[in-house]
Design a protein around this ligand. Structure first.
Ligand code: IMP
Length: 197
């Protein structure tokens, strides 16, 4: 069965293709469907945004669509940047601008209060309106300075629980095993069989 990944984020497409590679789905990128246009992520929750993306792409392509919405929730900032993670330092901000703003906000926060988590919600939506969703969380803490070149987004300033390296210092395989997106997709894979029958 064909499925469209409802994201234009190159980092996420790479990770999702890898995570879905053993699943027998023929994965097509959103770039193949110019009729879809821009989808505004204006929801207050990751679920609302993921649902809007999956539903819109499925309706406009006539194919199953898989969308995710994700972000970083920092304890000391009461869950911010959350759904605003991609534009924390302003509309069109780079990953570096976003994580430098976060480090600045956190500069006086002591080690024991630097807990944070990545959260990811995924939705698979069929053109007939049937859908399933899944959520994954990856706990960790925020560093005082960036380290590592891999990954994307806030990876250089996030150390996952049980490790001393940042997410940006892990290999893709290592990250996929523990990441919020990896966990959400593991659950989604179990549920998606409901949609394939
Ligand atoms: P989305 O594209 O609306 O899901 O926004 C996700 C934003 O959250 C990204 O632009 C990153 O800033 C951040 N984010 C989500 N997942 C990750 C990750 O695995 N590593 C680092 N940053 C992430």
């Amino acid at each position: 069965m064909k499925a469209v990944i409802a994201t234009r984020n190159k980092g996420k497409i790479k990770e999702l293709k890898e995570l879905l590679s053993d699943f027998g789905l023929d994965i097509l990128p959103l770039d193949h469907f110019p009729q879809v246009g821009e989808i505004v992520e204006d929801g207050d929750t990751f679920f609302e945004n993921a649902m809007k993306k999956a539903k819109t792409v499925s309706e406009k392509t006539g194919l199953m669509a898989i969308a995710d919405d994700s972000g970083l929730e920092v304890d000391a900032l009461k869950g911010a940047p959350g759904v605003y993670s991609a534009r924390y330092a302003g509309e069109g901000a780079t990953d570096e601008q976003n994580y430098l703003k976060l480090l600045d906000e956190m500069k006086d926060v002591p080690e024991e209060k630097r807990g944070a988590q990545f959260r990811c919600v995924m939705v698979a939506y069929r053109p007939d309106g049937r859908w399933v969703s899944a959520e994954g969380v990856c706990r960790g803490r925020i560093t005082y300075s960036p380290r590592g070149e891999k990954g994307f987004g806030y990876d250089p300033v996030f150390v996952p629980e049980g490790d001393t390296r940042t997410m940006a210092e892990l290999t893709r395989e290592e990250k996929n095993k523990i990441s919020h997106r990896g966990k959400a997709l593991g659950i989604l894979k179990e549920k998606i069989s409901e949609l394939l029958s």
